[in-house]
Design a protein around this ligand. Structure first.
Ligand code: SF4
Length: 180
């Protein structure tokens, strides 16, 4: 069997989902035997080539994220939403309860940790946030949802491993498998 290609992408999330991904520990060798990780924050790949499986952490918070998820969907045979922020906004979406300007003011102007030289909302270095956060499935079709905040590493490994072996994973299917 030819080696498959995997991408992991970090959109509007805290990176905790990627930390859980790393918690698959030595099972990364089982993944590496079947696939190359061609783009990921953990391998620093910048391009998004065509891949068999794309695993996306975080919600859509900006036009940049919006364009990125459309591109990922185009490039990926299977798209997995990784974690509760990608699935239903979760922590990333808490700011939806407030006006964006209020969030900026609280975070950048009124924060005691910010001084006169601190970053301001109009700083070109900052991502231009949209008024509301939305989950992946509001923009693209998602093939599988790995829930959790953060998701269980066993679940992440199970889903990836099933797809790499050309099987369809089942929701919660990792609970039927004994790991370690
Ligand atoms: S689901 Fe939890 S761990 Fe994952 S990005 Fe969101 S807040 Fe972080």
């Amino acid at each position: 069997m030819n080696k498959k290609k995997i991408a992991t992408v970090w959109l509007g999330g805290c990176s905790g989902c990627h930390m859980s991904l790393l918690d698959i520990d030595e099972r990364i060798l089982d993944v590496a035997a079947l696939a190359d990780i061609v783009k990921s924050p953990v391998v620093d790949g910048k391009e998004m080539p065509e891949v068999d499986v794309a695993i996306v952490e975080g919600a859509i918070t900006s036009d940049e994220h919006y364009e990125e998820i459309l591109h990922i969907r185009k490039q990926a045979k299977i798209l997995i939403a990784l974690g509760d922020c990608a699935i239903h906004n979760n922590v990333t979406g808490l700011r939806n309860f407030f006006k964006l300007q209020e969030v900026f003011d609280t975070s950048y102007k009124e924060s005691p940790s910010n001084d006169a030289d601190g970053v301001m909302p109009d700083d070109p270095l900052l991502l231009k946030l949209n008024e509301k956060v939305i989950p992946l499935s509001e923009v693209v079709d998602v093939d599988f949802f790995i829930n959790g905040c953060p998701p269980d590493a066993d679940y992440i490994f199970y889903v990836i491993f099933e797809y790499l072996n050309e099987r369809i994973p089942q929701p919660g299917g990792h609970k039927k498998i004994q790991y370690g």
